[in-house]
Write a protein that binds this ligand. Sequence first.
Ligand code: DC
Length: 223
Amino acid sequence: MSKKIVIAIDGPAGSGKSTAAKNLAERLGLVYVDTGAMYRAITYAAIRKGIADDEKAVIELAKSIKIRLKFVDGLTRVFVNGEEVTEKIRTSEVNEKVSGISKIPEVRAELVKIQRKLGEEGNLIAEGRDTTTVVFPDADLKIFLTASIDERARRRYKEFVEKGVQISLEEVKANLEKRDKMDSEREVSPLKKADDAIVFDNTHTSIADEIEILLKKINAAAK
Ligand code: DC
């Protein structure tokens, strides 16, 4: 690909944003920016400090924390102040708190700054709530991924089972519904489709087929 492109992928929890972004980044040799991992990293650090419910303290933390993402062999490794937290940011405790923390405007402002800085280099695929609407409104291609709530819950449940986490499908679905609601209704950067984003419902599409379809769209956008 000759042009230095920026691709942004948005959509609700469990819609397969990370899977799509990782695959496309690998296929096209792009830098993959998992913005959700950044919000998770702050949330994890706040929980560990015992300040997750103290907005002022969380804002201070966001201003001082050093978050680094390293994309190696299809895996995004996440570091907070030099400590690897890749696994620790994927717990149900972090899932519970992350929507609350990600709606704090000052926290978002700090993270958006970092994300845009990464975008200046181009050849990047950013994934997460608001990447198409706020972070990269001028992206070359904006993709809004979605799937039915039952399918999204099933995917998340499978991930938990694979990790040996004890949780029921009903709990996972309830948590997703709660997060969808919070993420869509919040005042700052709510989950919403950008007007010029292409919508892809992958409820009944295999990952392989989805990637082939998206690659065609990216190639067309990069011309
Ligand atoms: O994609 P994820 O499940 O890792 O995201 C975790 C949470 O972070 C999710 O509840 C929404 C929030 N988030 C956000 O507010 N803005 C982003 N750009 C990415 C994620």
